[in-house]
Design a protein around this ligand. Structure first.
Ligand code: 4AD
Ligand code: MG
Length: 469
């Protein structure tokens, strides 16, 4: 076979170069999406994953061994040399008249599971190791990449530093006790102290440790040193939530800024999300068009709406008032003091305001210990950003900078100051007003891709009773 430098399909479809290549022999590589034809000619749709579009490869039977053509089936991997030509058929402007074909790897028709188009998302979830080869999932994961890139660009362009909080930690940031323990102790034969409790001094770190639920606390150390930081990494929650919005391993973006008050924090959150949505509209058009057409006809409209409209801002107390007066029947009744359920959040966003909402000033009892306390003694300067369909997409707050108030709150919720000396040092030495928030990366992707289950926007989802691959 002639040794010709491979051209990627993204480049072939995306460039002006295409016209100048017409008539010349090129080399492409990829996987067969479909093959159709008759005894004289085969039409092979080839995809290399870099873009949505397939290249139509035309193989005249007279040019190839019959045996070779037979072995080209859906899922097989090919290297093809051929003459790039204007297409005679409908549905594409160019095609490749194959001169030489090498089969890198066959895919047995009887056992390769991705035979027909239009497999259900449920079916594909059970073969998550192969689903990236479908149009839907390759589109979702290309958008996922684009959003990750845009996140780094957004912060880098604005003077934030990418900060790496540890994944293994001894502190429970959110205080919800939903941590996965990390240990090298022999679970069949645990060392015990005199009182009969597990002796963690014998554990790998000499104390009890877990996977982090949030990088925020260490992020605050970064912000009170470098000014503005952001984390972007995996976080882990052992909450037994089997919902389309929860994962036990998810990625979170957590900016933390010195000298930001809650208003600045809200400003940033709104600008950040709008930037990301606009970035997707500008850079992922082909993939979003496909997802819009296949799964969610209103997707593009909804994205456009978010970019163009102000988020509504109100307090928790005002929101409770609206919900109480709404006359709507909720599964969980509302009154001042309850933690809002997604049905309440969605009512506010979808029915009442018909716009994204930022709620602030929650009762302190339902929020974490680090939030700045308001003068009313009842509420804290927390903020949640609520989105259509998804509910909470961002959670954040201004942080309590007074060491006395912080210690008092820690005492109320039962956090030992001696375990948090390192954190308290941010308040003890040069304490600064500061704020931050956490954006759930997969919740953002649910919104941007229009997918309805969070397990479909991460390559290998982790949830209760599932840790395949
Ligand atoms: O509201 P959360 O728990 O806030 C924090 O962890 C803060 N420490 C963030 C901060 O202020 N730096 O989580 C933040 C966001 C949520 O709004 C949601 O988008 C996402 O993380 N999230 C989840 N996403 C997927 N699966 C889960 N189980 C999630 N739990 C939270
Ligand atoms: Mg929250």
């Amino acid at each position: 076979m002639k040794d010709i430098k491979r051209i990627e399909l993204r480049e072939l479809f995306g460039s002006e170069k295409q016209q100048s290549l017409i008539g010349s022999e090129i080399c492409v590589k990829g996987w067969v999406r479909t093959k159709r034809g008759n005894k004289n000619v085969s039409f092979i749709a080839l995809n290399d994953g870099g873009c949505m579009q397939n290249l139509q490869v035309v193989a005249e039977a007279s040019n190839f061994e019959e045996e070779l053509i037979k072995r080209i089936t859906t899922g097989a991997c090919l290297r093809v040399n051929g003459i790039l030509s204007p297409s005679q058929g409908k549905g594409q402007s160019i095609e490749l008249q194959a001169t030489e074909i090498q089969i890198y790897g066959e895919a047995d028709v009887n056992s390769y599971p991705l035979q027909k188009k239009g497999h259900s998302l449920e079916f594909l979830r059970d073969i998550a190791h192969l689903r990236p080869r479908t149009n839907t999932f390759s589109a979702v994961f290309r958008v996922r990449h684009a959003m990750a890139f845009a996140i780094h660009k957004y912060f880098n362009d604005r003077g934030f530093f990418y900060w790496h909080s540890p994944l293994i930690t001894a502190s429970d940031c959110e205080g919800a006790g939903e941590m996965f323990q990390v240990t090298t102790l022999d679970l069949e034969n645990l060392p015990k102290d005199k009182q009969g409790n597990v002796d963690y001094s014998k554990d790998f770190y000499g104390k009890r440790t877990s996977l982090t639920v949030s990088g925020q606390l260490e992020g605050e150390l970064g912000a009170t040193a470098l000014g503005k930081i952001y984390t972007f990494g995996p976080t882990f929650r052992a909450e037994n939530s089997n919902t389309p919005r929860h994962l036990s391993e998810f990625w979170m973006i957590e900016p933390e800024m010195a000298f930001f008050e809650i208003e600045d924090n809200m400003e940033l959150a709104e600008d950040f999300i709008k930037y990301l949505v606009r970035y997707a509209l500008d850079n992922c058009k082909e993939d979003l068009d496909f997802l819009c057409q296949m799964y969610d006809k209103e997707l593009l409209e909804r994205l456009q709406f978010v970019v163009e409209h102000d988020f509504v801002r109100l307090t928790y107390t005002e929101a409770i008032d609206i919900l109480e007066k709404s006359g709507a029947k909720f599964e969980y009744p509302v009154h001042w003091g309850v933690d809002l359920q997604s049905e309440h959040e969605r009512y506010l966003v979808e029915k009442h305001f018909k716009a994204p909402v930022i709620l602030t000033d929650y009762p302190k009892e339902i929020k974490a210990f680090y939030m700045k306390q308001n003068d009313d003694g009842k509420t804290v300067r927390g903020m949640d950003v609520l989105f259509p369909v998804i509910g909470e997409i961002i959670g954040g707050s201004q942080r309590e900078e007074s060491i006395d108030k912080l210690l008092a709150r820690m005492d109320e919720v039962g956090i030992e100051p001696k375990d948090m000396q390192w954190y308290l040092d941010t308040r003890r030495f040069g304490s600064a007003p500061h704020s931050g928030f956490g954006l759930g990366f997969e919740r953002l992707l649910l919104f941007v891709t229009g997918m309805s289950n969070i397990r479909d926007v991460i390559p290998f989802p982790r949830f209760p009773k599932n840790a395949n691959y």
